[in-house]
Design a protein around this ligand. Structure first.
Ligand SMILES: C[S@@+](CC[C@H](N)C(=O)[O-])C[C@H]1O[C@@H](n2cnc3c(N)ncnc32)[C@H](O)[C@@H]1O
Length: 228
């Protein structure tokens, strides 16, 4: 698997796009995807891509959450599917000081331990029957970016996300705006499950922000759910 890491020279965004494509190609599956991320060289390669790929979502997501939360210093935030901690850094830079990191890949969580932006660390896959290890109502909000796509968070992860956020808290979730055209089956499952949770009275769709650049020239969206 580490051969994919060797492909990356960080010199141009085409290589970056190929690298990212590897993780959401058809038929990879959830287990193989997280296993592929669980490699020190891959973590380094992934982390190195943020500049060449012009990853703008983190700053926008952090600003969005800061606008929803009154006490940035004390609000307990989970960076879900944190990867190499890019979102944690954006949250920290925006003033948040009580952030936990979560990821299914231990190598990603280990990297997050080195950044100085997080207080707590959780390594577990979420979805398809696997639960987050945290108690109900643990977080004031959850931020997530770049994990709502095929092979990553299954639609069923959403009930776990809703479970660990306190009533009144928010789930802010950033992903590519074209998901509903490029990964239709996955996107529909994701939306149907979100709507089911809304009908069950677990959360409400508080708003959707669309913005021009998630990554490079690809537009992004942030779905905001408020827990009931
Ligand atoms: C593309 S990276 C995004 C990382 C980070 N949020 C960012 O914006 O840079 C996706 C991360 O999600 C993690 N991941 C994907 N599906 C997961 C799941 N179901 N449970 C836990 N972690 C998952 C992967 O291990 C990987 O580190």
């Amino acid at each position: 698997m580490s051969s994919i890491g060797m492909l990356i020279s960080y010199e141009n965004s085409k290589e970056g796009e190929e690298f990212l494509q590897f993780f959401h190609r058809e038929n990879l599956g959830h287990d193989e995807c997280v296993k592929a991320y669980d490699d020190k060289k891959i973590v380094k390669a992934y982390h190195g891509l943020k500049d060449v790929m012009k990853y703008e979502a983190p700053g926008i997501l952090a600003n969005m959450l800061a606008g929803l939360i009154p006490d940035l210093t004390n609000a307990k935030i989970l960076d879900l599917a944190a990867g190499s901690g890019i979102i944690g850094k954006a949250l920290y830079d925006r003033g948040f000081r009580n952030i936990d990191a979560h990821d299914g890949a231990a190598a990603m969580v280990d990297f997050c331990r080195t950044t100085g932006h997080y207080n707590g660390f959780h390594t577990c896959f979420v979805g398809n029957g696997d639960k987050l290890t945290m108690e109900d109502d643990t977080y004031d909000s959850i931020a997530c970016s770049g994990a709502t796509l095929r092979n990553h968070l299954p639609a069923s992860a959403q009930s776990e996300i809703a479970r660990v956020i306190k009533p009144g808290g928010f789930f802010v979730n950033a992903y590519r705006a074209n998901l509903y055209e490029t990964e239709v089956e996955y996107a529909n499952e994701w939306r149907e499950e979100a709507e089911r949770l809304e009908k069950e009275g677990k959360w409400i769709l508080y708003g959707v922000l669309k913005y021009p650049r998630f990554i490079k020239e690809t537009a992004g969206r942030i779905d905001i759910y408020q827990i009931l």
